[in-house]
Design a protein around this ligand. Structure first.
Ligand SMILES: [Zn+2]
Length: 137
């Protein structure tokens, strides 16, 4: 796997492996672009049924990217109800930005809001404001 600059994959206290900063990302700075295999959303749903851990990110109503093939580390970004990053989709590109200053060594997280997981899937992000589930309801 070719990691995007400034990122490392390490064991996470939130869930499995996570994506960590090795560089300083000041608030508002772009962290990286999501990379992966381009698949239809129908294929994304098929894959979601077979996997416990999802590395799939939707681009629009038709297309998704599966970071488990050709990903650059951003596919390990875990969900948190109190994230330090956010995602922006622009012209078919999925970009991650720093929501606040992120120091080297910190795990990068975003609020997934909606996923292909069941609405019942529990969240273990550990934030005080944790809503209890990954999906927003
Ligand atoms: Zn949570």
């Amino acid at each position: 796997m070719r990691l995007s600059p400034g990122l490392a994959i390490k064991k996470s206290s939130i869930n499995g492996k996570g994506c960590f900063a090795t560089a300083y990302f000041p608030r508002g700075k772009k962290i990286a672009e999501y990379a992966g295999e381009r698949i239809t959303n129908a294929e994304a749903e098929r894959r979601a049924h077979r996997r416990r851990v999802l590395r799939i990110c939707a681009i629009d109503s038709r297309w998704s990217l599966d970071g488990s093939r050709g990903g650059n580390g951003t596919h390990y970004i875990n969900h948190s109800c109190e994230p330090n990053g956010y995602m922006k989709i622009l012209y078919g590109h999925i970009q991650f930005y720093a929501l606040r200053d992120i120091l080297p060594g910190e795990e990068i997280t975003i609020d997934y809001e909606y996923t292909l997981h069941s609405d019942k899937k529990r969240c273990y992000c550990g934030a005080k404001t944790c809503r209890g589930t990954i999906n927003k309801r």
